[in-house]
Structures are given as structure tokens and as C-alpha cells.
Design a protein. Structure first.
Lengths: 425, 229
């Protein structure tokens, strides 16, 4: 007997017991529903964290700090290195120019940028009040959302990226109008005595205005300038202070993501603490994976329950159709084909259940996505991502599970004695 | 040619042995019509099952065209049955919820006949039993006589060499019964197909070329009215 005929015959038999088929497959549908949703939530969650990390760090960047000295009880011994009244909150040792030179020599390192901790006094423009602001270094590989203008390649040393909220504050008409206008940043020289205050004004042209994004931690509140500009500000502010030349950390740029891992290992060997964006992603994703695993577990449990449903249904089906099986065997249908017929019926039930469950999950997820994003304030990011491949895998998996649950009833059918089955009196 | 040689079949060998067939031997020529007669429990149905390979006797040989089907593996017996035999049962065994087309198509599906050939064969089989206008009707909407005609169509659709009929008119009134009888004997004559009818109806049996009377699992007598050669 041809497989095609068996498949069609199996489908036809199920059609004749519609209610039973539907109810049995609904049990599977429950499992398929939760599995599909959990896979979608996992994929969405990972994509979300990936975007967050990408919006704030880049894959070819390693953040480096000095490893904290071994933990010891009692007071720490004084050394010039750990005396740092300007960074008293920071317990570890700072990075010095020496460290930076050392790191720069490590194989694979392209650039070492110390994190210039720039505390500006205020920002202002030609006709506006003064505002406080935090300033960070622009990194071309970090994804930004622009409300106006854009930055391709690098940011020049006389340019700045504003955030949207500073546009009206600094007296500009709108985002687009702001591009090319000049803003002034005023900084204090810390080493100057308080009665002899020294300040300097740095002028920048607005290159772009970044818009608020649900992803960014840093870029949404910080104004961004080039590394050189930050260095210039830092030099002016900190020169002649005790903290000058001491950095909380540095960001080490390497060629690509693969070298990042190698360089990270080398830096760790040298006694630095190094973290790539992949590490950061890994920590968050572990959390997501655990949550997804729990959801998935419920789905698998539901499938396991439905397996008994299939076995039961198929046993009843064999009993009901004893005569039909007898006839088919009398007409020369092979045992193997009879078994296949019942296994394929089970496969149809699994396929149908999977289709109903995954389909419902798809519909519910698509409808719920905007509401979830709104409730969690995710902006334009959807938390449930349905991968067609994973849905296909779920369907195939359910078919395999169903066929396996159909094995026992199918064996019973294939072993039926046609003479017994056709005895009507 | 079908040769049955020294066939013995015993049921329930361990607990309560019952010998259904005792040392049965006879020969059936190709294209003849044969009636196997006997009361219920005489073993006539068992004889049919044994001859068609549905049941296996402990002793003896069933030679069909010189080949002992009892030596074949079950797989090949099944294949042999689907290619060369047709069956008609007292209770029709048509699938009530399936269309006439699907009912008649079942043996072709089992034999693995190509899809392109099926429709033509099913149509001509239904034509032979004058049910061509019911091709799309469900079997449950047919009358008893029509159901048995459908069963005949199913039995002949694969052009069998041997046609087994187990009490084919047992559930029918005499008028519809004779329609079925005529169908079977016409088919037997026209296509030179061996027709083996299990029955206790002596009128039906008298239309056959050969009558094998079974009693208590043994052959009581064999009557041959005319020889076909």
C-alpha cells in the first residue's frame, strides 16, 4: 500500500470521528500553545537584551578595570596608588597611564580609551539659561536613535550630540533647526583655589540630536562628545589634582568580537578585570533562559498528559473499527500497513493539535505584543518573537511524539486476527 | 488450478481441541464454480479461510497453480491475496461512511495500483454491478441488495483469478439474492474466474459445476455435474 493512500485514509478515518479527534488534539494544543509562546518569549527576551547591550556597548569593546586587591580583613596598608580622595567611593585601584600603556601593547588591542570622568559645570547657548548635564564619550559602534541629523563615521572634536530634552531648554526651535548651532560647555578647574575660581568655555557645534529610546541607559541622558574632546575637558578640569591620571577604567577596542574574547583572556591573565559585551549579554540571557525553561516545562508536561489521551483515543478507535481492520487484512493489507495507518492517524492528531496550539499562540501573541510593549514601556520593541523555524520544529516534534504514542494501539490493530474480526454471529 | 491436499486444521490445540478440518483433499479446475455446502459448524467457512491463506492449517498443502501458499511468508500470502483473490461476505462489510468510490477503491489501494488506473477500474466495476450512478453516494444510503452489489464490485475491481463468496445471499431476500447470484455466475463464465461459494442454500449450490459437501470437518461427498476443460 502506498504511503500517500495510507495518509489520506488516516485523515478520512479521523474525519469520521470529528469530536473525538478534536478533543484529543486540543489536549496537545494546550502544550503546543505554551511551548510556542515560551519559545517566542525567549527569542523576544534575548533579542531585547541583545538590543539593549548593543545600544550601550559594542562587541569590539572590552571594559577594563584593575582587579581589586585580595580581600583581607582589617585596615588596608597605605600606598600612593590607593590614596585617592577624589574617588573615595571606588574601592579598587585606579588605572594609571602606566596600565594604559601596558594594555596598549597587548596583542590584538587597537585602541585604549581611558574613561574620562568629565564633570562639567553647565551647558548653555547664545540665548538660554544654564543647565547641568552629564557628558559621555561617543562610540561609533554603539547604536543610537537620532531625532535629527546623524553621525556616520566619527564625531569631530568640535561637535556634540544633544538629547531631545536639551533642544527646547537651550532655546532652539526644533530638532532639525538645532543642527549646526553652537552650544557652550563651561568647566571648572578643580585645582584652582575656591577664591580664585578658574573656568573655561568650550564651544561645540551640534552634529545630531538623539531621541529617547527604550533601550539606552546612557545615551538618553548624556550629551556625547568625541574622545579627544572628553580628554581636553578632563585635562583642564583635573590637571594638578591628586586624581589626575587615575582612571576608573578604560575601554579597550579590538578588531572584532572574536579577538575580544582572546584579548579579554590575556588581560585577565595580566591581573585586570575585563568584561566584553558578550559577558554582559550572557548574564542577562541566563536569567531569561531559566524563565523560558520553566514555561517550556509546563508545555512539555501538557504534552506528556496528552500522550495518554492519544493512546486512549487510538485504542478506542481500534476497538470500534475491528471489522474494518479485519476486512482490510482479508483483502491483503499487510500488517505493517495496518500499523502505519494507525500511527499516521496519531500523527494527524498531533499535527492538528500543534497547528491549533501554535496558531492560537501566534494570534494571541501578535495581538498582545503592542499591549505588552506599552505596559512594560519597551517602546517599539516586541517581547514575543515568533520564529517560523521554531514553530515548524514544534510541529515536527509533536508529530513524532504522537506517532510514538500511537505505537501501542497500532500494534494491537496490526495483530488483529482477520477471521476473528470478521466473525459477526 | 487449486489443489487442496490432506488439510487438517485444529482449533484451541491445548485446552479443548476441536478439529475443524480432517484430512481434506480435492482439486478445483480454473474457471469452474464450486459450492462448499454444510451446516453451520461443519467447517465450511474454515475451509474457505484456509484456501485463501487467511488461516493456516497444521497439516497439508494448498497448491494454487502448483505453488503451496502455506510455504509463503505472511507478507507474500497477503500480497498474493490482494492480487489474485476477491471476497464477498454475508454481512457485506462495506464501509458505511465512505462513498461507493472509496469502498470499491480499497483493494486497489491495498494492492498499490497507480492512481491513474484506479478511476477507470472502479468505474467499470461499478458499471458491472449497475451502480455507476451511485459512485458518489455513501454506502450507508444504499439498500441491502445494493450494498452486496457494491461488495461484488469491490471483489472484482482488481480482476481476481479466484472469487470467494461466503453466504453471499444469506442476508438478502430471494429477489435481490438472485440478482447477486446472476452477477456472480455471469462474471464467473465471462471472465473464466474460479468462483467458490460457501453456502447452505442447496438451490444456489445446484447452479455450481461442483458441490463439496462438508460434515463435521470431513468431506461427505463431491458432486461434479459437468467437467470444464
Amino acid at each position: 500500500m502506498k504511503l500517500r493512500d495510507i495518509v489520506i485514509r488516516a485523515a478520512r478515518s479521523l474525519k469520521q470521528a470529528k469530536a473525538r479527534t478534536l478533543l484529543t488534539s486540543l489536549a496537545i494544543a494546550v502544550g503546543a500553545f505554551s511551548i510556542t509562546l515560551s519559545l517566542a518569549a525567549g527569542a523576544g527576551g534575548r533579542a531585547y537584551t541583545d538590543q539593549i547591550i548593543r545600544a550601550n556597548t559594542s562587541v569590539d569593546e572590552i571594559s577594563v578595570t584593575k582587579a581589586s586587591p585580595d580581600e583581607q580583613s582589617g585596615p588596608r596598608k597605605y600606598s600612593v596608588d590607593n590614596y585617592n580622595p577624589q574617588m573615595s567611593f571606588f574601592t579598587g585601584d585606579p588605572l594609571t597611564q602606566q596600565d594604559i600603556d601596558k594594555i596598549l601593547k597587548v596583542e590584538g588591542v587597537v585602541e585604549v580609551l581611558p574613561s574620562y570622568d568629565v564633570q562639567i559645570k553647565y551647558i548653555t547657548s547664545a540665548n538660554s539659561d544654564k543647565y547641568t548635564a552629564s557628558v559621555s564619550v561617543f562610540s561609533p559602534s554603539v547604536a543610537l536613535k537620532y531625532a535629527a541629523g546623524s553621525v556616520d563615521g566619527g564625531l569631530s572634536d568640535d561637535e556634540i550630540i544633544l538629547t531631545e530634552e536639551y533642544v527646547p531648554a537651550l532655546g532652539f526651535k526644533d530638532n532639525q533647526y538645532t543642527i549646526g548651532k553652537t552650544v557652550e560647555i563651561v568647566v571648572d578647574k578643580l585645582s584652582a583655589p575656591i577664591y580664585e575660581n578658574k573656568t573655561k568655555t568650550f564651544k561645540y557645534k551640534v552634529r545630531a540630536v538623539s531621541s529617547e529610546s527604550g533601550l539606552a541607559f546612557r545615551s538618553q541622558s548624556s550629551l556625547l562628545i568625541s574622545n579627544n574632546s572628553a580628554k581636553n575637558l578632563y585635562e583642564y578640569i583635573n590637571i594638578d589634582t591628586r586624581g589626575y591620571g587615575n582612571f576608573l577604567g578604560a575601554s579597550v577596542h579590538v578588531k572584532d568580537a572574536e579577538t575580544a574574547e582572546l584579548v579579554k583572556d590575556r588581560l585577565m591573565d595580566m591581573g585586570y578585570l575585563a568584561q566584553t559585551s558578550a559577558d554582559l549579554l550572557g548574564v542577562v540571557n541566563t536569567f531569561i533562559n531559566v524563565l523560558q525553561g520553566i514555561l517550556l516545562g509546563f508545555g512539555v508536561l501538557a504534552i506528556l498528559t496528552s500522550v495518554f489521551g492519544i493512546i486512549n483515543t487510538q485504542y478506542i478507535s481500534v476497538l470500534e473499527r475491528t471489522q474494518q481492520i479485519g476486512l482490510m487484512k482479508a483483502l491483503g493489507m499487510r500488517r505493517r500497513d495496518v500499523g502505519r495507518l494507525f500511527k499516521l492517524e496519531a500523527a494527524w492528531i498531533g499535527f492538528l493539535g500543534g497547528l491549533i496550539g501554535s496558531g492560537l499562540a501566534l494570534i494571541v501573541g501578535t495581538i498582545a505584543n503592542p499591549y505588552i510593549s506599552k505596559a512594560l514601556d519597551l517602546g517599539d520593541i516586541y517581547l514575543l518573537i515568533f520564529d517560523p523555524l521554531s514553530i515548524i520544529v514544534v510541529l515536527l516534534g509533536l508529530i513524532i511524539v504522537s506517532v510514538m504514542s500511537g505505537i501501542l494501539p497500532a500494534r494491537k490493530a496490526s495483530r488483529l486476527n482477520p477471521i476473528e474480526a470478521l466473525r459477526t454471529e | 488450478m487449486i489443489e487442496v491436499k490432506n488439510v487438517t486444521k485444529t482449533y484451541d490445540i491445548k485446552k479443548n481441541p476441536f478439529t475443524a478440518l480432517k484430512d481434506i483433499s480435492f482439486t478445483i479446475e480454473d474457471g469452474s464454480s464450486v459450492a462448499i455446502l454444510g451446516k453451520s459448524g461443519s467447517g465450511k467457512s474454515t475451509l474457505m479461510h484456509v484456501m485463501s491463506g487467511l488461516d493456516k492449517p497444521e497439516l497439508g498443502k494448498i497448491l494454487i497453480n502448483g505453488k503451496n501458499i502455506l510455504d509463503l511468508k505472511q507478507k507474500y500470502v497477503d500480497k498474493f491475496r490482494s492480487k489474485t483473490m476477491g471476497f464477498i461476505f454475508q454481512s457485506f462489510f462495506v464501509q458505511a461512511n465512505e462513498s461507493c468510490y472509496d469502498n470499491v477503491g480499497l483493494p486497489l489501494e491495498i494492492a498499490g495500483v497507480n492512481l491513474s488506473l484506479r478511476r477507470k477500474r472502479i468505474e467499470s466495476a461499478l458499471e458491472a454491478v449497475e451502480l455507476q450512478d451511485k459512485i458518489k453516494s455513501r454506502a450507508k444510503d444504499l439498500s441491502g441488495g445494493q450494498k452486496q452489489r457494491l461488495a461484488v464490485a469491490r471483489a472484482i475491481v482488481n480482476n481476481p483469478k479466484i472469487l470467494f463468496a461466503d453466504e453471499p445471499t444469506g442476508n438478502l431476500d430471494s429477489v435481490t439474492g438472485s440478482v447477486i447470484e446472476n452477477l456472480l455466475f455471469n462474471y464467473n463464465k465471462k471472465n473464466n474466474v474460479t468462483l467458490i461459494i460457501v453456502t447452505h442454500d442447496s438451490d444456489l449450490a445446484s447452479r455450481c459445476d461442483m458441490q463439496i459437501h462438508i460434515k463435521d470437518g470431513q468431506i461427505e461427498s463431491i458432486d461434479k455435474r459437468k467437467k470444464k476443460k
